[in-house]
Design a protein around this ligand. Structure first.
Ligand code: KG4
Ligand code: ZN
Length: 334
């Protein structure tokens, strides 16, 4: 049988990415042009700067991915692109490039939800068993998702305020750490101890929702009060205590959902899935409760196009197609 070779394109935030994936699971090339160094100067992603950078890089990144995969555009089965959610100007660059290529080479075009992409990063590592439960934790999202079959997503819970990565980045900024702060807090925590009892937002009994803004405020208040009293602040202890509070809630709620729905697998997705403490505690919890756990390598957790091609493969098989009227959907629902 003919292999299905999909070119994935992702430009929803600050990474310009293109990848080639065979039959939904085999990674042939994975190119990412990061804009992190530019946005670092501003302490966060500047949407207009991101769009311009995507325009400058998108053609090169696509060409490089095809070259590394040793595949010509004519050999592709389809093009998959992130259509949302994300920054509208950033998304539009990927969508426009995908439409131009699909038109020029007469290829089928498939639209992918960014979160579906993050989830399918796991399928580049291990075949899915259903039902499975995914914890998606990124800069823009915190969601627990149940899947009973390919391409169908049921949101069990989500954040009511800040995303987990957003909380990491805001607390990092208060600790004078560079953007994005998640990896810095992760590293700094290793030098500290969980000595400060920050709150954990469990919400109503049985809820799979999350809330991190109260925790963020508690950390900021702690820092303000200590500096007003002229007390020395042990930054590594603040980082470790904050991290323990976040990870505690993420792991506990994921385990509850896995039990309630009889999960055959627990999956981790999104940039915060790089976090060493989250990986450690989720590994221990899943081992204790007997759930097989999948964690993609770091380069598949943060934004990339391989995950978009992997999720796009499922849409392609289902026959879902987009045409020249495809537009970016900054607020797209899963
Ligand atoms: O998935 P991603 O690359 O982009 C979005 O779709 O948002 O996630 C980026 C987020 C940032 O908030 C970053 O601080 C966080 O992931 N992050 C981490 C770690 N590595 C990245 N957070 C905690 N610990 C890490 N090691
Ligand atoms: Zn993402």
């Amino acid at each position: 049988e003919e292999p299905v070779i999909i070119l994935g394109i992702e430009t929803s935030c600050d990474e310009t990415a293109a990848a080639v994936v065979k039959n939904g699971r085999e990674l042939l090339a994975n190119e990412v042009a990061s804009q992190m160094d530019i946005h670092k100067r501003f302490g966060g992603v500047v949407p207009e700067v991101a769009s311009r950078r995507h325009v400058e890089h998108i053609t090169l990144v696509i060409e490089e991915a095809l070259k590394k995969a040793n595949v010509s555009a004519a050999q592709l089965s389809a093009i998959a692109v992130t259509k949302g959610p994300g920054l509208v100007g950033a998304l539009l660059v990927g969508v426009s490039a995908a439409k131009a290529m699909a038109f020029a080479h007469q290829l089928p075009l498939v639209g992918v939800h960014h979160i579906a992409g993050h989830i399918y990063a796991n399928r580049l590592v291990t075949e899915f068993q259903f039902p499975n439960v995914t914890l998606v934790v990124s800069g823009g999202h915190t969601e627990l998702i149940l899947m009973e079959k390919h391409g169908e997503y049921q949101i069990l819970g989500e954040t009511r305020d800040d995303a987990a990565g957003e909380a990491y980045d805001k607390v990092a900024r208060a600790l004078d750490l560079p953007y994005p702060g998640g990896p810095h807090i992760d590293r700094m925590s290793k030098k500290g101890k969980d000595t400060i009892n920050f709150p954990r937002a469990w919400l109503e009994a049985g809820s799979y929702d999350f809330s991190f803004s109260g925790l963020k405020s508690a950390v900021l208040n702690y820092l303000n009060q200590a500096s007003q009293k002229g007390e020395a602040i042990q930054k590594p202890d603040v980082a470790a205590s904050f991290q323990e509070s976040v990870v505690d809630v993420l792991v506990t709620k994921t385990m509850k959902a896995a039990q309630a729905y009889g999960a055959k697998q627990v999956l981790l997705a999104g940039g915060v899935a790089c976090n060493s403490r989250l990986r450690e505690r989720m590994t221990a919890a899943c081992a204790q409760e007997g759930f097989p756990l999948v964690i993609p390598p770091a380069y598949l957790c943060t934004d990339n196009a391989a995950m978009i091609a992997a999720a796009g493969y499922i849409e392609f098989l289902k026959g879902n197609r987009e045409y020249m009227d495809l537009n970016a959907s900054p607020g797209l629902m899963l």
